[in-house]
Design a protein. Structure first.
Length: 416
């Protein structure tokens, strides 16, 4: 690769508007690509089911398209109305598989690998960006053979103590697939630490992104805006999310602060212990919203006064923390690795894991001090801007452009 192009690549993040590649896919004055780079995003997870990886890919796809990148998503999908999902090429039907205290909806159809590779080769993608490459048959299929069009291969590792394939699949086979990656990204230091235990290599940390502007145009739920202080929980109703510890804390606090309300947002069935706590103690003012759309979730963030997430572990990155920060909410979060990579005590409080008494103590401080809530919320709002999708997309695009293979003259295509 020529030195002048390497220098331009290194300057891309600092000032993308002033960078011009001596290649067909330079940038115009608006920062858009003047020749379409072609990127295939591959996910192992059900693209019709809400989740952190799916949300990440949807936002990355949209932001790449805004920059003039031709983008397609290859993923399994459980709905027949998949044609309503932008840029999606459906690949099989997912099945639920228990993993890491959760349930992953992935495709186990190994015979789809040939179809996927043929689609990538026929469309002549410059970059194949695989998310969680060892989480399902679809992503493994991309790496099982070398692609004839020789695209650059990028992988993003999202999970922390999630996939069990690292323990099941022989390391020799993992290494064979792993060596086909040209770039490796982890969304946090905890995700990097986890995958490095099994596949040591150089990983660049590029965090999840957030649309920091969408919350500003969101309206709260007026029926929940009264004299009560709203404490918000958002997450799937799984044991590892720690809802029962927050419920215990809320029941204790309700005696001291009758003007508080707990709003629970998330899909799934509440665990038996959480149901028992509510049934026996009957605190009142617990609003169960259940499964909601993204827009409805934002409205609950806008309605809340405090955000609390008592997860017990296996969180690689606290995207819900960023959403709360963007909504100017002070945060009470368990002290786990995935959250520590996002939050510090300017934006909220950490609590001991599985400790309702510590949760109560931290919530009490915020309930009784409105100025503290406002200040922490403002600090969080400012910090969330560092994780805007615009910044995150530029970092990922920098990785795409730095790959030697896509700067090879053999990959140039005429404009259609």
């Amino acid at each position: 690769m020529r030195l002048d192009n390497l220098l331009r690549i290194s300057l891309l993040e600092k000032n993308p508007l002033k960078v011009s590649f001596k290649r067909p896919w330079g940038f115009d004055r608006r920062g858009y690509m003047n020749q379409p780079l072609k990127v295939a995003l591959v996910s192992p997870y059900d693209f019709a089911s809400p989740g952190g990886v799916t949300s990440h890919i949807q936002n990355l796809c949209a932001n790449l398209e805004q920059r003039g990148v031709f983008t397609r998503v290859f993923a399994p999908v459980s709905t027949s109305s998949h044609n309503l999902i932008p840029n999606l090429i459906p690949m099989g039907t997912p099945v639920p598989v228990p993993t890491g205290g959760s349930v992953a909806r992935i495709s186990l159809s190994v015979w789809l690998a040939d179809r996927l590779r043929k689609s990538i080769e026929t469309e002549n993608f410059d970059i194949v960006h695989v998310h969680e490459p060892f989480a399902g048959a679809l992503t493994l299929g991309v790496l099982s053979k070398r692609l004839r069009n020789n695209p650059g291969i990028v992988a993003t590792f999202h999970s922390f103590e999630g996939s069990g394939l690292y323990q099941i699949v022989p390391n020799k086979l993992l290494q064979k697939y792993f060596q086909r990656l040209d770039r490796r990204i982890a969304v946090s230091s905890s995700a990097k630490s986890y995958v490095s235990k099994y596949l040591p290599a150089d990983y660049d940390i590029i965090p999840n992104g957030i649309d920091t502007g969408e919350i500003s145009t969101t309206t709260p739920y007026q029926n929940l805006l009264d004299d009560k202080i709203n404490i918000l929980f958002v997450g799937r109703l799984e044991k590892r999310k720690g809802l029962k510890y927050l419920l215990t804390s809320f029941c204790d606090l309700k005696w001291k602060f009758p003007n508080i309300r707990l709003i629970v947002v998330g899909a799934g069935k509440m665990d038996v212990e959480s149901q028992r706590i509510l049934g026996e103690r009957n605190p009142g003012d617990v609003f169960i919203a259940g499964s909601v759309t993204h827009e409805e979730k934002l409205r609950y963030f806008k309605t809340a006064d405090i955000f609390c997430t008592p997860a017990t572990g296996q969180e690689s990155f606290g995207i819900v923390l960023l959403e709360a920060m963007a909504a100017s909410l002070p945060i009470v979060a368990s002290r786990i690795d995935g959250y520590r990579s996002v939050l510090d005590e300017k934006e909220g409080f950490f609590t001991n894991v599985k400790d309702p008494h510590d949760i109560s103590e931290k919530l009490s401080r915020l309930i009784t001090d409105k100025n503290m809530r406002i200040q922490m919320g403002e600090n969080g709002r400012e910090k969330s801007k560092l994780f805007s999708w615009s910044i995150v997309t530029d970092k990922i695009l920098d990785h795409y452009l730095s790959l030697t293979s896509i700067l090879n003259a053999d990959h140039f295509r005429p404009v259609d």
